[in-house]
Design a protein around this ligand. Sequence first.
Ligand SMILES: Cc1cc2nc3c(=O)[nH]c(=O)nc-3n(C[C@H](O)[C@H](O)[C@H](O)COP(=O)(O)O)c2cc1C
Length: 200
Amino acid sequence: MKVMAFNGSPRKGGNTQTLLEAVLKGAASKGAETRLVNLRELNVKGCMGCDACKNELGKCFQKDDLSPLLQEMKDCDAIVLGTPVYWFHVASQFKALVDRFYCFYGWEPVPDTGELKETMAFPEGKKFVIVTSRGDQENTKAFPRLYEHLSEWLGVIAVAMQSSSTQFVNHYGSMNQKDSASDDSDLMARAESLGASLAP
Ligand SMILES: Cc1cc2nc3c(=O)[nH]c(=O)nc-3n(C[C@H](O)[C@H](O)[C@H](O)COP(=O)(O)O)c2cc1C
């Protein structure tokens, strides 16, 4: 069993990374092979909008470090996506990753009618965990909609773990506290057990 995690936080050792590592630790305790990808360390470009992927669905033609990882993702049993909330949305490093999922998305003709129908060049049935970190408990609307769309598009099972509202970043005076996740032992334990539950 293989679990791959993508960390969209630009901050080394921040809350997102801490939680992702806890999820992977839980998965590894059940024998899973794990990999953490820190997007900030890689040369990751945005989607070019070139549509070359529409002629070879599932393949991204961007020449950077992410293209091979998108292929590796298809072979994983579980994928863990992590990002902090930045300006009511995701961090730009994470958005670049999500935009690149466009290579999996296309249209194919229905045999009888020739009518085009949406298709997804991404294996179904994968487990999918979303880890988020935010400083504000109040504004929780915009970002979860992205989760819904993502899980629907990728045809995966979503286990949204929003480490947001109550237990997580509770330092309102200092919105961007770095280690509030590791200070929250309940949250850390939950992240680890969620990781363990990924293994069959
Ligand atoms: C540029 C920037 C924008 C942010 N915007 C929001 C926001 O809109 N809502 C929120 O709840 N927290 C916001 N935060 C706080 C972070 O989401 C929070 O500190 C999070 O824990 C950071 O994760 P990290 O430790 O993995 O970097 C922002 C932080 C930064 C640096």
